[in-house]
Structures are given as C-alpha cells and as structure tokens.
Design a binder for this molecule. Structure first.
Ligand code: C2E
Ligand code: CA
Ligand code: CA
Ligand code: CA
Length: 279
C-alpha cells in the first residue's frame, strides 16, 4: 500500500510538472506570437432561418504555434487575459475582422454582419471605443456591419462605469450581443438597463433540446423575453436537424453550429459565401 501510495504521489507531481511546463511554454510563446503573426481568425457562419442563407459570422481566433498545430482559444485566451496580451490581441482581431468584412461586403456578401468576442478586460479598457471608431474609419467598414459579443458576467460590474461604454459603442452604430446567455446571473432589469441588440442562447441549452424539458422551457422563455424587449435571438451550438427544427418552430431567427458549418479559415468561408449556398 505504501509502495503504491508513493507511486501515486510521484505520478501526481510528474503530472503537475508536465502541466506547469506546458503552461510555461504557452506563456513564453504567446508573448511572441503576435509579432510573429501566428494568430489566425476563423469564421463560423450564422444562418438566417427566414432565407436559409448566411447573414453573418462569428470571428474566432486560433493560434498556429510552429510545431504545435492549431491551438484553440480556450487554451490561450485565459492566459492572454492574465498576462495582459488580450488588449493587443483583441485589437489585432478587431482590425483583421473589419478589413475582412469590408472586402466581403464589396465582393461577396453586401449585408454580412460579423461579430467579435470581447473579453471583459477589453471592455474595461477606456480606449476600446476610440480604437473601434478609428478602425472603422480606417477600413471604411460601416459600423452596422460589426457586432460585439460580450458575456453576461460583464454586466455584474459597476453600472456607472459600464453604461457610458455601452452608450458610446451604440452611438458609433455598432451592435452588441449578449453571449452564452442563460449561464450567468443577469436579470430582466439588467437586460433593460443595457442597450443590448441580440441574445445568444448558450449551447448548453441547445445541446439538450428537445429531450430535456428544462432546456426547452428555458429556450422558449429566452426567445419570448428577447422578443418582448425588442432584441433578436441567435442560437449557438446547433448540431442536428432536430434542434434546428425545434428552434425554427420556437421562432428563433438566427442559428449557428456544426450542423451548418464548423468555424472555417478565410478561404473556405469565402467558398460558402461564393456559392451563397443554402446550408
Ligand atoms: P464562444 O464565444 O462561446 O464561441 C463559440 C464556441 O463554440 C467556439 O469555440 C465554436 O467553435 C464552438 N462551436 C460552434 N458551434 C458549435 C457546435 O455546434 N457544437 C459545439 N460543441 N461547439 C460549437 P472556440 O472557437 O474554441 O472558442 C472558444 C471560446 O474562446 C469562445 O467561446 C470565446 O469565448 C473565446 N474566443 C474565441 N475567439 C476569441 C477572440 O477573438 N477574443 C476573445 N476575447 N475570446 C475569444
Ligand atoms: Ca461568442
Ligand atoms: Ca457563446
Ligand atoms: Ca463561451
């Protein structure tokens, strides 16, 4: 018993070491990644139910570390937030997206709206709005072509500090979507206080419909609430026809998920736009 206890302990410390080393490697390489141009933006289409066509996309960042393949954002966004890289990285993503969207609007999809994930750290950056304004001017992208996706947790911050940021973003003409909706703690009053244009139903609910009654009830409630408050609704994580049909019947206007398409690199996303394919 003693023997195996020691083995377990050794295994455990080795495992911890491996993880610490992995984290250290990520952190060191992350600091260089931006100047080495190792980040990529993928795009996942958003489909309008009315037309069955692509009306938008969500920009999702990837990290191509040499010799390491494609690293998903769940592995490096939290570290980027901790080491302060999220501000320059977030700006880089915004700029890429504005440029790309402008090109697509000119040649492939005149009305496409692209959304960018904004982490709370970025939202708290006092120069965010100025940067967006500047980037829109520079790229000549109409503000209505850009949407920011923020998470519910952000709304828990100080109202006096947050509200002016929301208002200046709205004043630019950029829209705001509340991501992962239903997983946080926002109440109806929060939704009324902040100028939010779109609710994005979290994929944990979508995943369980139509089998799970609680998820069904919640999804219906979110859609009804959004309508009552004059917001549009997007369902994320739609993976099969059953979910798609349920959401259609429930009056959800916009969907996104593997059922339609994975997030794609630029060239592949462009092929979808070119075909204007009914996904
Ligand atoms: P998110 O904003 O909730 O993005 C949706 C995630 O769900 C994406 O993961 C996407 O690939 C995945 N997804 C899409 N459709 C399906 C589906 O049908 N089934 C399932 N199971 N998953 C689906 P991804 O690309 O790994 O991004 C993870 C998270 O990283 C994002 O979650 C977002 O919070 C963050 N993130 C990504 N790009 C950025 C960025 O540029 N800036 C910031 N601040 N965060 C980002
Ligand atoms: Ca998102
Ligand atoms: Ca989400
Ligand atoms: Ca999420």
């Amino acid at each position: 018993a003693k023997e195996s206890g020691r083995n377990n302990y050794q295994f455990f410390t080795t495992e911890l070491n491996v993880r610490a080393q992995h984290r250290y490697a990520l952190e060191t390489n992350l600091r260089r990644a931006l100047t080495e141009q190792e980040f990529l933006v993928y795009y996942q289409p958003k489909i309008s139910l009315e037309t069955s066509r692509i009306v938008g996309a969500e920009a999702l960042v990837r990290w191509q570390m040499p010799g390491m393949g494609l690293i998903p954002p769940t592995e490096f966004i939290p570290i980027s937030e901790e080491i302060g890289l999220i501000l320059p990285l977030g700006r880089w993503v915004l700029e890429q997206v504005c440029r790309q969207t402008c090109a697509w609007r000119a040649h492939l999809a005149p009305d496409i709206v692209v959304s960018v994930n904004i982490s709370p750290k970025q939202f708290q950056d006092p120069s965010l709005c100025k940067f967006i304004e500047h980037t829109l001017q520079e790229t000549k992208l109409p503000p209505s072509a850009l949407q920011l996706e923020i998470t519910e947790g952000l709304l828990m911050g100080e109202l006096d500090l947050l509200l002016p940021v929301f208002e200046s973003i709205k004043k630019l003409g950029v829209s705001i979507s509340l991501d992962d909706f239903g997983t946080g703690f926002s109440s109806l009053s929060y939704l009324q206080r902040f100028p939010i244009d779109n609710l994005k139903i979290d994929r944990s609910f979508i995943h369980k419909i139509p089998a799970n009654q609680d998820s069904v009830v919640l999804t219906h409630a979110i859609i009804a609430m959004a309508k009552a408050l004059g917001m549009s609704v997007t369902a994320e994580g739609v993976e099969n026809a059953e979910q798609m049909l349920f959401l259609t019947d429930s009056g959800c206007q916009e969907m996104q998920g593997f059922y339609f398409s994975q997030p794609l690199p630029v060239e592949q996303f462009e092929k979808l736009l070119q075909n204007n394919r009914q996904l």
